[in-house]
Structure formats: C-alpha cells, structure tokens
Design a protein around this ligand. Structure first.
Ligand code: ATP
Length: 367
C-alpha cells in the first residue's frame, strides 16, 4: 500500500520567514485520513501562517506540502480542493441558505440539474433539512456555524481548514459546538484541521493535536498523551492546569530527582530527558494528583514522597470536585483538587492541611 495516500496531508520541512521572523520554522507532520487534527498554540506562534500555506494563500520559504500524496506547491488555492471556515464564517447575507450552499457548486461548474439534490443532501447531513429557504439573519449562531461547514463540505474537499470558528460564540454555545463539530467531522469522515489557542477545544475534539510554539511543533500526539506525557516544559505548561516550581537538581538516584526550589522547598520528581544534577529545572504537578488531608488526619510524611504543610486559602466549588488553593510553607499558592462528598468539601479557609503527591506525578524539565 502506498503510505503517502494513507495520509490526507503531509508537510515536510515547512518554513515561512517574513524577513527575520520565522513564523513557521521547519515543521514536519502527517495527518491520517479522515481525522480531526488541531494546531494549538498561543497568539503569534505561527498557526495562521501554517494554515495559509496549506490553503495556498502563502508560499512556503522552504519545504513541501502533499495533499492525498501529491505536492500542491505549484497549485493555486482555488485548485487545491482545500476549503476553509473562518471565525467570521463569511456567509453571504444577501442570499438565503440554499443559495449560500449552491454558490460554490455553481462556481465549480456543477450541472444545474444536480445542484438541488447536492444542497439538500448536505442539509440533511448537518441535520438542518428544512432551512434552505431561510435568510442568514434568521439562523441561530450554531446553525450559522453548520451552514458555513455545509457550504464547504458540499464541494467534497480533501481537507477542511477551520480557523478558530468558535471564537466569536458565547461560552455556552461554544461548549455545545465543540461536540457538534466533532460529530460533524465523524459524519463526513473528512480530515478537519482546526487551529485554536484554546486547549480545552483542542483536547475535546481532536484525534491528534500539534502544540505549536514560536514557529515550531513542540509535540504531536493524542490529547491524553499531551496531558499525561508532555514532551517539553512548554507543553506541560500550556496543556492543562499545573502547579509550577522553578529550582535546581541536587541529586538524582533510582530515577528520582531531588530539587531545591527557588522558594526553599525540597521536591522529589521524575526527571525528563536532559535533566542532570545541578541543572536549572521547572517542575509541574497537576492539581488532581495532589491529595489534601486535614493536618491532624494525615499520617507521618513519607521520606520517599512529597509532603507539604499548608493552610487552605480558598475553596472553589466545581460540582463533583472542588479545587482548593493552599498557602504553602513559602507562602506560594498551590492548587489541589478534592473529591466532594455530600455536595461540598468540608475543608474551609484557614484549615491546616497536608498535601501529598508521588514523585512520579511531578514532571521535571530542564529549563
Ligand atoms: P494569532 O493566534 O494571534 O492569530 P498565529 O499563531 O496565527 O497568531 P501568525 O498570524 O501565523 O500567528 O503569525 C506568526 C508570526 O509571523 C507573528 O510574529 C506575526 O507577526 C508574523 N507574521 C505573520 N504574517 C506576517 C506578514 N505578512 N508579514 C510579516 N510578519 C508576519
């Protein structure tokens, strides 16, 4: 089997430089057929530039782009069979829904007799079979999103690019649309490439996520891998919530590093590749891996684990779990999640607690 065509998109050594700015810097990745792939990164990391190169609006400074096994470098945007949904959706306000969807088919030279069937089919598939005659202003925000996607999908693209399409929606609709987009991608079985700076969107929807920073991919992986096995300190800090400490490695033995933090704590942690004795490091611990017990109820600290004494600063109710903020011995705030029993945590601000976490839950990266 030809490996290349098992991937809808493959980029190799792709770069884009604007003068001295390396907007995209030697990026290589492949996206398996029919999957949901997100590019996640902070503002200015190069997401849009990468997307524009895939769509053909920007010429790479270096590297190649293959779509369905064929280089598209010399193919103009309108002949790439890549479609794009923008944040502002760009629906035509003067046309009804049917005409919005039919527009691309007419431009592509689809025989007039086939257009109604194709438009109605795609409206069925997005579960809005009866809105063809509606004006755009008569649609809800979520319906407009679906019509924007239908307008692309009716043209049967190889790849659909989505540039932060949920950015303009209110929080509740955004939550609903996350699930909806994932279902739509599954339904069409077409590769969606979704760019976002919102890690919760990327984690919920994607089969694979690329975390981008300063023009480069830091890690590409499944959401679970990024969360539980971040490859770099940037990924550990950008994906999910973490407590962080900066410090220096005092010793490493049996795969456990002992770090003296800048705030004067001693923390046992799991050294990642490149961490050596004497090296400056960053430590990340997820709140859910920290157990909080009332001081009197906690056993004696275990010398092979981490135990910190602190005082509850605040309790943030969050349904099944509550998050507590604990003032640690060097008066930093440490976040821990406590499971709620009987509707609320019995910890109160001012309570003395002991925080415990295992060394393997403290990820330690060279700085
Ligand atoms: P955002 O999420 O804010 O849209 P982004 O991750 O999409 O950001 P890009 O828009 O791709 O980032 O920009 C990456 C870098 O390239 C930035 O430093 C930006 O200023 C620079 N850049 C982008 N387009 C150009 C251009 N046409 N000329 C010069 N510099 C540019």
């Amino acid at each position: 089997m030809n490996d290349a065509v098992e991937h809808d998109l493959e980029c190799t050594g792709l770069s884009k430089h604007f003068g001295s700015v390396r907007a995209v810097d030697d990026v290589s990745f492949r996206i398996p057929k029919g999957s949901f792939f997100s590019i996640l990164g902070p503002s200015g990391c190069g997401k849009t530039t990468l997307m524009r190169m895939i769509a053909g609006f920007e010429n790479p400074s270096d590297g190649d782009i293959h779509i369905k096994g064929r280089s598209v470098l010399n193919i103009p945007p309108n002949r790439r069979n890549v479609k794009m949904v923008f944040q502002h959706l760009a629906l035509f306000p003067m046309m009804n829904v049917f005409e919005n969807i039919a527009y691309g088919l007419r431009c592509a030279g689809t025989p007039k007799s086939e257009i109604p069937q194709k438009v109605n089919d795609v409206l069925e598939r997005i579960a809005l079979p009866d809105v063809g005659n509606r004006e755009i202003h008569q649609l809800s925000g979520g319906q407009k999103q679906r019509i924007a996607i239908a307008r692309c999908m009716v043209l049967d693209p190889d790849v659909l690019l989505l540039d932060e399409p949920l950015g303009a929606l209110d929080l509740k609709l955004r939550e609903a649309m996350k699930i909806e987009l994932k279902l739509l991608q599954h339904q069409f079985n077409t590769t969606f490439i979704y760019i976002t700076h919102d890690q919760s969107e990327a984690l919920v929807m994607s089969d694979n996520v690329a975390v981008m920073n300063e023009g480069r991919f830091e890690q590409v992986g499944k959401p679970e891998e990024l969360y539980h096995k971040p490859a770099t300190s940037f990924v550990a800090g950008f994906v999910g919530d973490s407590n962080r400490w900066a410090g220096k490695v005092e010793q490493i033995s049996d795969g456990v590093a002992k770090v003296a933090t800048e705030a004067g704590l001693s923390i046992l942690c799991k050294p990642q590749a490149g961490v050596e004795k004497g090296a400056p490091v960053s430590i990340f611990v997820r709140p859910e891996f920290i157990a909080a017990q009332r001081a009197g109820e906690a056993g004696p600290p275990d010398a092979n684990s981490n135990a910190l004494a602190g005082k509850v600063d605040s309790v943030l109710f969050n349904g099944a779990n509550s998050r507590i903020l604990v003032r640690g011995p060097s008066s930093e705030l440490i976040e821990a999640d406590v499971v709620v029993t009987g509707g609320t945590s019995d910890l109160r601000p001012g309570d003395a607690v002991q925080l415990n976490w295992a060394p393997e839950q403290a990820m330690c990266y060279a700085r």
